[in-house]
Design a binder for this molecule. Sequence first.
Ligand SMILES: Cc1cc2nc3c(=O)[nH]c(=O)nc-3n(C[C@H](O)[C@H](O)[C@H](O)COP(=O)(O)O)c2cc1C
Length: 170
Amino acid sequence: MDIINLRRSIRRYKDQPVEQEKIEKLLRAAMQAPSAANQQPWEFIVVQDEKYLKKLSEISAYSKMVAEAPLAIVLIGNEDRMRLKLHWEQDMAAATQNILLESAYLGLGAVWLGVAPMEDRMKLISEIFGLKDRLKPFCVIPIGYPGEGQENKFVDRFDSSRIHYETYNS
Ligand SMILES: Cc1cc2nc3c(=O)[nH]c(=O)nc-3n(C[C@H](O)[C@H](O)[C@H](O)COP(=O)(O)O)c2cc1C
């Protein structure tokens, strides 16, 4: 799939909103992800209000770009839906990757900002949105049309030394 090769982390965005139909496509892509026992623990906060984008940009030293993005999606795991609790982060990661790939497919740019399992970042997001304890912030994805000098483009990372056939050859 070409889009897997083209996707890059995009951290600067044009001053241009993301259309509602594209936002819905991103969320549909997220919800198509595999999950343990099909538990689908995810929920999504779609953020376009500058006030909340600014607050999200302050959750770590590496999330400043959120303040300049027209859109961010906050991924939340709902504990009530976690039958296999140990797997929730893997489920959420699969949904996250689907959003990143769909973004690139739609001509948008996005970047995964890690939140869980870092308690301090999870707490900050819970405070911003007043989340109850059972709602676990997983990551933040700022999204927009790629800005100056930013594009989804192929970087070859294939490394045959990482591959082992039948057994581990050290
Ligand atoms: C779990 C995780 C957390 C990440 N957190 C951040 C982050 O806080 N800020 C950031 O700018 N990029 C973050 N990234 C993006 C990585 O830096 C990026 O994926 C990596 O440098 C490879 O570049 P690429 O996405 O363009 O292939 C994160 C990626 C992952 C998977």
